[in-house]
Design a protein around this ligand. Structure first.
Ligand SMILES: C[S@@+](CC[C@H](N)C(=O)[O-])C[C@H]1O[C@@H](n2cnc3c(N)ncnc32)[C@H](O)[C@@H]1O
Length: 217
C-alpha cells in the first residue's frame, strides 16, 4: 500500500485511495457478515436517515441501498474515495449524499440519524480531545431508539492501519465510552481477512441510543 503524508490526514487518505486499488487495501471487505446480520435485525424503514462514517469506497453503501435504507449520507475525509464509490455505483449513487468532511469537526443536527455506522474509522482517533468530539456528535445526532454500529480493531488486532496508529478496543471498553447514552444490543468478534489473506480481529458492537437526563440538556 502506498501513501505519503502522515501530517495531513486528508492528503494521506486521498493519496491512499488514488494510488491503491481496493485489493491493495487491508480493510477491503466484500462480505460484511456481522453488520449485514445486524441490519437485517434492525429492520430499518425507508425514510430513516443513515450516516456511514468514514465510508471511503466501501461496499456497505451498496448493501444499504439494496436494503432500501435511506436517506443515506456517506461522510469521509477523502474526496477521492467518495468519487470512486460514486463511479462504482453509477445511477444508484445519485440517491446518496456524499459529504467530504472530518467527523470530529463536521456540524451535525440533533436527532438527525436512525443509524450511525462506522467500520475502522473511530479507531484512528488516538487523541482524547478528538475522540470526545466524536462521542459528542454521536450523542447529538443519533435519535432515541436509534442505532450505533461500530467496528474497531480488537485488543489483539493490528497496532496500525494504513500506516497510522490506532486505538484497539474490547466490546466492554467501547460500551464504557458510550454509556449511559447507549445500551448494548449485541457484540461480536469478527476475523477480517484482508485481500491477501492476513487475519485481522475486529470488535463489533451494536448499541442503541437511550434517553438519559443528561442527553436532554
Ligand atoms: C480504514 S478505512 C475504512 C473505510 C471503510 N469504513 C471500510 O470499512 O472499508 C478508514 C476511512 O476513514 C476515513 N477517515 C479517517 N479519519 C476520518 C475522519 N476524522 N473523518 C472522516 N473520515 C475519516 C478515511 O478516509 C478512510 O476512508
Amino acid at each position: 500500500m502506498k501513501a505519503e503524508d502522515f501530517t495531513d490526514p486528508t492528503a494521506h487518505w486521498n493519496t491512499v485511495y488514488r494510488t491503491n486499488t481496493p485489493d491493495a487495501l487491508s480493510w477491503t471487505c466484500t462480505q460484511p457478515a456481522v453488520i449485514s446480520g445486524w441490519l437485517e435485525q434492525a429492520a430499518l424503514k425507508s425514510g430513516q436517515a443513515v450516516l456511514e462514517v468514514g465510508g471511503g469506497h466501501s461496499l456497505l453503501v451498496d448493501l444499504l441501498l439494496e436494503r432500501g435504507c435511506g436517506p443515506i449520507t456517506v461522510l469521509d475525509l477523502s474526496q477521492t474515495a467518495l468519487e470512486q464509490a460514486q463511479i462504482r455505483l453509477g445511477e444508484k449513487g445519485k440517491a446518496v449524499r456524499w459529504q467530504v468532511g472530518d467527523i470530529t469537526t463536521t456540524p451535525l443536527e440533533r436527532d438527525q440519524y436512525v443509524l450511525w455506522h462506522d467500520r475502522a474509522t473511530f479507531h484512528f482517533l488516538t487523541d482524547a480531545a478528538a475522540r470526545e468530539r466524536y462521542l459528542e456528535r454521536v450523542r447529538t445526532a443519533v435519535q432515541r431508539g436509534g442505532h450505533l454500529m461500530l467496528s474497531t480493531f480488537a485488543p489483539d488486532g493490528p497496532e496500525k492501519c494504513s500506516g497510522l496508529p490506532v486505538q484497539r478496543y474490547s466490546a466492554k471498553a467501547l460500551l464504557e465510552l458510550f454509556t449511559p447514552h447507549f445500551r448494548l444490543r449485541a457484540e461480536k468478534r469478527e476475523l477480517h481477512h484482508t485481500p491477501w489473506g492476513a487475519v485481522q480481529p475486529f470488535t463489533c458492537v451494536w448499541l442503541e441510543r437511550v434517553s438519559t437526563k443528561d442527553s436532554l440538556e
